[in-house]
Design a protein around this ligand. Structure first.
Ligand code: C5P
Length: 235
């Protein structure tokens, strides 16, 4: 069946369905980094991320966080609620790494005194710049109350995920969330996977996420598979 495209992102395609309130998301094997400058395919990545995201969305739903997830269709595809995406990348950090370590001079791996929330403007042309609450108002990306809801939800999601990953021997260093509007509510959208989280093995500190691709560390597919294996073991 030919389906109408809604959007093609770097890692996913979004299609309309017969139900205007439901979209179909297809997870691709394409991997990009540094705002699309580095591009490759990682075998089975789409399948792995589709499965991991589905299970983490279910975990969050069971903990009272509404997500866009409806159900899995097959290995690469899921149905989701047709949200209006808020063009803000919400970054939650527990341990200094990546751009935070670079920007503020933290040694990578430093436990942060407090959870750090950051916002980036989801805009490829501008390279997803860091923004604050005032920029969000000025750019009319979301209302003040919406921003408060997003902050509370992001912190709650962090608590749930830190606890969950801890149980499967992984440290949740940081991650990115996106939210959308649906029936007047703000709900969690996009994906939660090794593409969007930094996950380090608790014992060895081995990186089990997209940094293996970004930094050419090798064994990217193996790391993603291992995360899936551990998630599947408990969920
Ligand atoms: O690169 P940076 O350190 O700012 O990334 C913080 C976290 O957000 C990482 O877990 C990274 O995988 C995620 N992220 C993402 N998509 C982006 C930017 C960051 O998933 N466009």
């Amino acid at each position: 069946m030919k389906r109408e495209f809604v959007y093609e992102g770097k890692a996913k395609r979004v299609y309309k369905t017969d139900d205007e309130k439901v979209y179909l998301i297809e997870y691709k094997d394409d991997a990009t980094a540094f705002n699309g400058e580095k591009k490759e395919t990682i075998e089975n990545k789409g399948v792995i991320n589709n499965k991991i995201s589905a299970m983490l969305f279910e975990l969050l739903e069971n903990a009272g966080i509404e997500t866009h997830f409806v159900k899995l269709i097959d290995e690469r595809r899921m149905l989701v609620k047709a949200v209006e995406i808020i063009p803000i990348e919400v970054i939650v950090r527990n341990v200094a790494a990546g751009s935070l370590a670079k920007r503020l001079g933290f040694e990578e791996g430093t436990q942060l005194e407090t959870t750090v929330l950051e916002f980036c403007y989801k805009n490829d042309e501008l390279g997803d710049p860091l923004i604050n609450d005032y920029h969000i108002q000025a750019l009319k990306l979301a209302g003040k109350e919406e921003v408060e809801v997003i902050k509370q939800k992001a912190l709650k999601i962090n608590e749930i995920l830190v606890d969950f990953f801890g149980k499967i021997g992984l440290k949740l260093i940081d991650f990115k969330l996106e939210f959308g509007r649906y029936d007047g509510r703000i709900i969690l959208a996009d994906e939660i996977s090794p593409d969007t989280c930094r996950l380090w093995d608790k014992e060895t500190n081995q990186k089990m996420d997209k940094d293996r691709f970004r930094r050419d560390l090798g064994k990217v597919e193996d790391a993603y598979k291992e995360v899936l294996r551990r998630v599947e073991e408990v969920l």
